[in-house]
Design a protein. Structure first.
Length: 352
């Protein structure tokens, strides 16, 4: 029996699983290890933090198959020499012949004092729930600071504004314009949206430390009730601890087949894998599909073909339920159309 273990039930892990189940041989057994008993749609966590959607909106059931087992627990250790995985609640380690790592990312606090202790997050389901409780339990005219004006920060701030028009919302942006990875047309549109909707945007921010009831930026401390951190990510700590060569962002360097060069039975996708592209659900999903093709050939004792290049279709973001932005057909677009497209992508993801 050939044992395949998939770490992480995110976009990369699930696309790989679906691909492997397409014509899986009888001598293959797959184990998926994830902390949650469902596939989490991480791109929708901002809605949970804002209280505009329920948990169910961001959950998809895992597929059932007689050759697939699930372990729902926190991973304690990845031992690539003994070739097994230890989980916190497990008495025996889970062995593997082939391992796929798709554990995603976690917040990068950049060593800023108090940031990890006193901020909310949208990086995991439980953290998004915590953020939602903290935000929606505020009384009228409560104060919220969102640190980071990338895609996550923009969606959190705009969704909270739509959910709670009474709140005072401040967005701290490190650069001279929000969404530095997007076209200037989109940046200007989003800046105007925030201005029109009474969200204060502070550019050239340099957060020095965070306290329970405030954020200190460039020598000025802002008093607030809730601080949400969206100022960068790094690979999961379990991956950072692995004895593999990594790039300057702590991501594992892989070959053209998504294998670790020194351990070619180990595959890495998504936020944990070194790539020329920025982290995204779309990137992880495409990589998962390509790994499935490679691993399916290996499991059938065939020489795998080199996977084709990743072809991203653009990025989409929301400004509440009725407005949005994104790169569509290689063109920057704003308004209702990209928002509808984002909803369509979510609909397809739930029915994959």
């Amino acid at each position: 029996m050939k044992r395949v273990v998939i770490l992480g039930g995110g976009y990369g892990g699930m696309n790989a699983l679906h691909g492997l189940l397409d014509g899986v041989r009888d001598d293959v057994h797959i184990t998926v290890i994830d902390r949650n008993p469902y596939h989490s749609l991480k791109t929708e966590f901002y809605t949970i933090a804002a209280g505009t959607e329920s948990d169910r909106h961001a959950r998809v059931d895992f597929p059932e198959h007689e050759q697939v087992d699930y372990v729902f627990d926190e991973i304690e250790n990845i031992d690539v020499e003994a070739e097994h995985i230890r989980v916190k609640g497990g008495l025996e380690p889970v062995p593997y012949d082939y391992l796929l790592i798709g554990l995603g990312c976690e917040d990068n606090y950049h060593g800023i004092e108090g940031a990890q202790t006193f901020t909310e997050s949208v990086q995991t389901f439980s953290k998004a729930r915590s953020a939602g409780y903290a935000i929606n339990n505020l009384g009228a005219y409560g104060k919220i600071t969102v640190v980071g004006a990338g895609l996550s920060g923009i969606e959190v701030a705009s969704e909270v504004r739509e959910s709670r028009p009474d709140l005072n919302i401040r967005l701290l942006d490190r650069g001279s314009s929000v969404l530095k990875a997007f076209d200037s047309k989109i940046q200007e549109y989003v800046e105007k949206w925030f201005n029109d909707n009474d969200v204060e945007v502070i550019h050239h921010a340099n957060v020095e430390y965070v306290e329970k009831d405030g954020v200190c930026n460039n020598g000025l401390c802002y008093i607030n009730d809730v601080t949400v951190w969206t100022a960068g990510v790094r690979p999961n700590f379990l991956v950072r601890e692995l004895p593999f060569e990594k790039d300057d962002q702590e991501k594992v360097i892989i070959n053209d087949f998504y294998q670790v060069p020194t351990h070619q039975n180990v595959y890495v996708v998504g936020d944990c894998a070194s790539s020329e592209y920025s982290p995204s659900a779309q990137l992880a999903g495409q990589q998962g599909e390509k790994v499935a093709d490679v691993l399916r050939a290996v499991l059938q004792d065939r020489v795998p073909e080199r996977p084709g290049d990743v072809k991203l279709k653009g990025s989409l973001g929301s400004l509440g339920k009725n407005d949005g932005f994104g790169n569509m057909l290689q063109k920057p677009m704003t308004g209702v159309l990209p928002r509808l497209a984002k909803s369509g992508v979510l609909w397809l993801s739930k029915r994959h």
